[in-house]
Design a protein around this ligand. Structure first.
Ligand code: R1P
Ligand code: URA
Length: 245
């Protein structure tokens, strides 16, 4: 029987891209089909660089700058695997999540763009990496500042603040939504706190930009087709941000 150590991976257990296939900056949507959509509609000369588990990853150019985009999967464990391998095995330095989220506040509406300055969570991952203490999972200031400057320049309204990264999409604690609203949570999603923890642990910069696809407390939703295709403003904001890094 062949042991795990004896298996020769093309690159990592989860990525079959060649050493310099990824750019220094990568956009990370949860959905690999959103990565394909971004590559096909927003990048020039995009080539597929990863297809392990159909977690499609591409590298191309935006306004002449080399940029990658890849799905990260759903949830902190999946996103953490890809973020860690991209940083430590491929030298990726800037990771920008472009995701969807649910809103819990009447001050936040469907299609709003939320930038996660920080991410609260019910996940234990950052306590695992921080000796059981509370680690403040925050965006990299340079990425955040560059993104906000770009949003202002584009006259694009964004909401900036705290989000909640949940381990369970189907939560057994719906009473949390009211508390989240009262504590200023702008959106509920499933990766930001983990992505920020991985970036801190392995020395990279990370930012999360979200589009509100569901209003949890108002029970309104974008269709799945809209979720995949209607995030143009957020994607453009993320890509324009990368040109100023
Ligand atoms: O649209 P994405 O980026 O996948 O983000 C959100 O959507 C998924 C849940 O439907 C979770 O991954 C959550 O974080
Ligand atoms: O995690 C998520 C993502 C989108 N919408 C939600 O309600 N939750």
């Amino acid at each position: 029987m062949v042991s795990f150590d004896q298996i020769e991976f093309a690159a990592t257990p989860h990525l079959n891209a060649k050493q310099d296939d990824f750019a220094e900056t990568i956009l990370l949507p949860g959905d690999p089909l959103r990565a394909k959509f971004i590559a096909e509609h927003f990048l020039d000369d995009a080539v597929l660089v990863n297809d392990v588990r159909n977690m499609l990853g591409y590298t191309g150019y935006f306004q002449g700058k080399r940029i990658s985009v890849m799905g990260s999967g759903m949830g902190i464990p999946s996103c953490s695997i890809y973020a860690k391998e991209l940083i430590t095995e491929y030298g990726v330095k800037n990771l920008i999540r472009v995701g969807s989220c649910g809103a819990v506040s009447d001050q936040v509406a469907l299609r709003d763009i939320v930038i996660a300055m920080g991410a609260s969570t019910d996940s234990k991952v950052n306590r695992m990496r921080f000796k059981d203490h509370d680690f403040a999972a925050i965006a990299d200031f340079k990425l955040l500042n560059t993104c906000l400057t770009q949003a202002n320049k584009s006259q694009l309204a964004v909401k900036v603040g705290n989000v909640f990264s949940s381990d369970l999409f189907y939560t057994p604690q719906p009473e949390m939504f009211e508390l989240m609203d009262s504590m200023g949570i702008l959106g509920v999603e499933m990766e930001a706190a983990g992505l920020y923890g991985v970036a801190a642990e392995f020395g990279a910069k990370a930012l999360t930009i979200l589009t509100v696809s569901d209003h949890i407390t108002q029970n309104t939703h974008l269709s799945s087709e809209e979720r995949q295709t209607s995030f143009a403003e957020m994607i453009t904001l993320a890509l324009q941000t990368t040109t100023n890094l």
